[in-house]
Design a protein around this ligand. Structure first.
Ligand SMILES: [Zn+2]
Length: 252
């Protein structure tokens, strides 16, 4: 069975340039809507391993692992008895998002104590790499470092095997997927417009502009929503390039 997977980034009141932030009240409207529609939440690993289900299921995922997920999204999800999956950037746990260009506006990442609390509440903690670099630009050795060391770091801190990986900027190809699966991941979670490769699960990104009506269309896999998401994803290539250039300049 196909279970819709939604991806959020920031759930925050703080302004940013871009469309990946939803406000806490908007987020609550979304979760209330899924609850009213009769959806139950699973982590991505639970969904991957589900053989059959009578219920309507949904996966809520968060990329980057910002602190606001703990302060705003977690209490709302808890209220509706929903759990989620958060993909964290292991080298930035507890730090500011200096990996992102962000036009000078910085956001703080979850720390290990907060991640542990989410995990203890049934959440899955996946890897979003070690340093949030666009993996398709890297050598095999660098890719391996990004996927493997982040897995190790999360496992060391939580004492659990990490099985799910989300490539930064959703940049992946056969090579990236093969390296991730070889490192022991069981699922690679990317956004809509990527190619179909074994082991890759596609997700729908949720943006500032999304209403419950557009979410409903996303859940039903409507063509227009796919078109819109693909268009937004192509614009996000700009962010990838700008971050790539920045890392080239500052990380040498
Ligand atoms: Zn990311």
């Amino acid at each position: 069975m196909t279970i819709p997977i939604l991806t959020y980034h920031k759930v925050d009141t703080k302004f940013e340039f871009g469309i990946t932030r939803v406000s806490p009240s908007q987020f609550e409207r979304h979760i209330k809507f899924f609850n009213d529609q009769g959806y139950k939440a699973l982590t991505v690993s639970e969904a991957r391993n589900l053989k059959r289900g009578e219920d309507k299921f949904i996966c809520i995922t968060f990329d980057d692992g910002y602190e606001d997920v703990f302060f705003y999204a977690f209490p709302i999800l808890k209220k509706y008895n929903f759990k989620a999956t958060v993909f964290v950037v292991s080298n930035f746990v507890g730090k500011m998002n200096d990996w992102d260009f962000g036009f000078g506006i910085k956001f703080k990442h979850l720390n290990w104590e907060q991640i542990k609390i989410l995990f203890d509440n049934g959440w899955e903690i996946g890897s979003h790499s070690a340093n949030h670099r666009a993996l398709t630009f890297l050598t095999n050795e660098e890719i391996k470092f990004e996927v493997e060391s982040s897995k190790y770091e999360i496992e060391k801190n939580l004492g659990v095997v990490v099985k799910s990986f989300a490539p930064p900027f959703s940049r992946y190809d056969e090579n990236v997927v093969r390296i991730a699966l070889d490192c022991g991941y069981e699922g690679v979670y990317a956004l809509t417009n990527g190619r179909k490769i074994n082991g890759v699960y596609h997700r729908f990104a949720v943006y500032t502009i999304d209403s419950t009506a557009s979410l409903k269309r996303k859940l039903e896999g409507a063509k227009f929503e796919k078109f819109k998401l693909n268009l937004i994803n192509s614009f996000s290539e700009f962010t990838v390039l700008i971050n790539f250039a920045k890392n080239k300049i500052f990380h040498k």
